[in-house]
Design a protein around this ligand. Structure first.
Ligand SMILES: Cc1cc2nc3c(=O)[nH]c(=O)nc-3n(C[C@H](O)[C@H](O)[C@H](O)COP(=O)(O)OP(=O)(O)OC[C@H]3O[C@@H](n4cnc5c(N)ncnc54)[C@H](O)[C@@H]3O)c2cc1C
Length: 412
């Protein structure tokens, strides 16, 4: 039985999430001489999403070679352990305390872990069926890509043989590869838009693997008594039935921000993650954040580099080298702008590598602009799509005195 009295312990930095970002931050902290760095990971092993991505391409920038996800995850974990990071697995953080410190639950019971700084790196997840409002029966055999990958690569199980795949993001093509690696033959791919979300040659690839590609098509419902037997789809007002024995919901990533949303930290409805400044610092300065928790969605390599960068800032902070600026300005999203990260800038403290990262919420073409109360600070012509990342060096902005807000917008 669990001990009802929480145990207490302490560390200098607690990192929530042992994926590429969390392990990158931990390594950077140890390399900067910070001791008692603890990574808390709810799974049986650290490594994050790449643990169950049995395909390449991972690790080119970090290790100079092409690795599969599990090998990449193992290397990140080994590097952190060799540097003296403590990794606590099967431990879930359930609460964040103001001023630093977390509550966690593990097979050993409940624990209060006091920490001078906390780095949040809980990653993203795909939107499951329940949040997509798909009707019909509730049979077995409806998964996300992440769940499919866990079945195939971690449990060595084949949950179905002829699934349909919903979505055409990059991860949807990972779903095809994962399914085929386990001997399944996906039968169809369904996409609401008139084009695939992933770029060329994705449509070609789907067809080359024998899938029928349904563009401009909506999944209406799922049918099956016990197991999935078919799905009904609608294209331009016409309905059709596709026989299948499973459904894989892919992409539509959301930051795994439940902890942030149930804490006093400020949360941003655009990115779906915590509000941060250019150092990854949250509204409570004991908290920092890195990786895909900040926005959906970047690659493992990007998240690892971001984790290392934020780990370096936390080391600076603990060594009294990261002052707070008396001037903090906020960025406002105009029409068409889905997200901006960071959402706040500490003026006068910018490091040369700091970037504003933006994404739009629809296909747009025109001028991307940054204004300060009617004064144009920056603009660039571009044509872009929701899945494309836009980067603006913070140094490109010369922020006039007296301004406390910048407006980011798009004009045709
Ligand atoms: C299904 C799927 C497939 C993907 N495929 C690819 C791919 O092929 N290539 C690629 O580059 N990117 C891929 N991605 C993107 C992926 O998010 C990044 O590659 C990378 O893993 C992000 O790193 P991260 O550290 O931010 O988050 P993650 O890797 O998601 O790590 C977060 C970790 O936090 C842990 N955690 C979460 N909440 C808690 C808590 N409360 N307490 C303790 N631990 C917690 C999780 O268990 C997890 O291990 C994929 C994403 C998904 C969802």
């Amino acid at each position: 039985m669990m001990d009802p009295q929480p145990r207490s312990s302490s560390c200098r930095v607690a990192i929530v999430g042992g994926g590429p970002a969390g392990l990158g931050a931990a390594l950077a902290l140890r390399q900067r001489g910070i001791d008692r760095v603890v990574v808390i990971e709810r799974e049986a092993e650290a490594g994050g999403i790449p643990r169950h991505c049995g395909h390449p391409v991972f690790g080119w920038r970090e290790f100079g070679r092409v690795l599969s996800g599990p090998v990449y995850a193992r290397r990140l974990r080994d590097a952190a352990l060799a540097a003296g990071v403590e990794i606590r697995t099967r431990s879930s953080v359930t609460q964040l305390h103001p001023g630093g410190g977390v509550e966690l639950a593990s097979p050993a019971g409940l624990e209060q872990l006091a920490a001078e700084r906390v780095i949040l790196a809980t990653g993203v997840r795909e939107t499951p069926r329940s949040a997509r409002l798909v009707g019909g029966d509730r049979p077995w055999g409806v998964l996300t890509t992440g769940a499919l990958q866990s079945f195939v690569y971690l449990e060595r199980l084949r949950p179905f043989r002829r699934p349909v795949i919903v979505g055409t993001e990059l991860v949807s093509f990972s779903a095809i590869l994962t399914a085929r690696a386990a001997g399944m033959r996906p039968v169809a791919m369904i996409e609401e838009n008139g084009h695939t979300t992933a770029r060329w040659p994705s449509a070609w690839m789907a067809r080359a693997f024998g899938l029928r590609l349904y563009l401009g098509t909506r999944l209406v419902d799922i049918r099956g008594n016990g197991r999935v037997e078919a799905v009904n789809v609608e294209t331009g007002g016409k309905t059709a039935t596709i026989d299948c024995d499973g459904v894989i919901f892919t992409g539509r990533f959301l930051p795994a921000a439940e902890l942030v949303r149930s804490s006093p930290l400020r949360w941003d409805s655009g990115s779906g993650g915590p509000v941060i400044d250019q150092f990854g610092r949250c509204s409570d300065p004991a908290y920092f954040a890195a990786g895909n928790l900040l926005r959906a969605v970047e690659t493992a390599g990007w998240c690892h580099r971001e984790g290392r960068r934020v780990g370096g800032f936390v080391a600076d902070d603990l060594q009294d080298r990261l002052p707070r600026s008396p001037r903090r300005i906020e960025l406002e999203r105009g029409p068409g702008i889905k997200l901006i990260v960071p959402q706040a800038i500490e003026v006068g403290l910018t490091d040369p590598s700091a970037m504003l990262q933006l994404r739009v919420d629809r296909d747009l073409s025109g001028r991307l602009t940054i204004d300060a109360g009617g004064q144009r600070l920056w603009e660039r012509r571009l044509a872009t799509r929701p899945e494309r990342r836009i980067l603006i060096p913070l140094q490109a902005l010369s922020i006039p005195p007296g301004v406390d807000r910048l407006q980011v917008g798009f004009t045709p």
